[in-house]
Design a protein around this ligand. Structure first.
Ligand SMILES: Nc1nc2c([nH]c(=O)n2[C@H]2C[C@H](O)[C@@H](COP(=O)(O)OP(=O)(O)OP(=O)(O)O)O2)c(=O)[nH]1
Length: 168
């Protein structure tokens, strides 16, 4: 049996989002036809805390707490996108990443697929290049307001044992 040709990575018609945010707000025409791929990094420190940052002024849901990350560019791998975004946004150079899960979220501004990786290995000093705030948070996190799409990720993390890295 021959399989149908794969869809381009950036289109995903008729796939129901896992989460619809602000459903009462209008969506632009064609909104559901374009899926924006987003690389999201969950940095976990030796105490099992995770790094959250606020969304910069001028972006949708500005001021909400999220995990660092951003859109994957055409032709870019998830890992490369995450490495670039974390360098650009928070000034860290990440090592190996562990793909964890993905989640489709329907926002009024965009339909996005979050591709989430756990990151335990990085170097450099945290520097917020886009005017964000940052906070290392133990689970359950106290930071508020949270970006709606990040809430299920935080809930999932809570069920996951956040193991500190093995001692050398
Ligand atoms: N970085 C990040 N984005 C998230 C999370 N949860 C969530 O729903 N999102 C959504 C919000 C945005 O619609 C999308 C990320 O897009 P973005 O606009 O922040 O990406 P970017 O930094 O590449 O931005 P841009 O300047 O290129 O527009 O993913 C999260 O935990 N981290």
């Amino acid at each position: 049996m021959s399989l149908p040709p794969p869809l381009p990575e950036w289109t995903l018609p008729n796939v129901p989002p896992a989460l619809v945010v602000d459903a009462e707000r209008p969506r632009a025409p064609g909104h559901g036809q374009r899926l924006i791929e987003v690389a999201v990094g969950v940095l976990v420190d030796a105490q099992g805390r995770v790094l959250l940052t606020t969304r910069p002024p001028g972006k949708a849901y500005a001021g909400c707490w999220e995990f660092p990350g951003g859109k994957i560019e055409a032709g870019e791998s998830l890992e490369a996108a995450l490495r670039r975004e974390l360098q650009e946004e928070i000034g860290l150079q990440i090592g190996a990443v562990q793909p964890w899960r993905s989640l489709v979220v329907d926002y009024p501004h965009a339909l996005v697929r979050l591709q989430v990786c756990l990151v335990r290995d990085w170097s450099g000093t945290l520097h917020m290049h886009e005017g964000q705030s940052c906070a290392w948070q133990s689970l359950p996190v106290q930071a508020a307001p949270l970006l709606p799409g990040s809430v299920p990720l935080l809930q999932g993390l809570q069920g996951l044992v956040l193991q500190p890295p093995l001692a050398p």
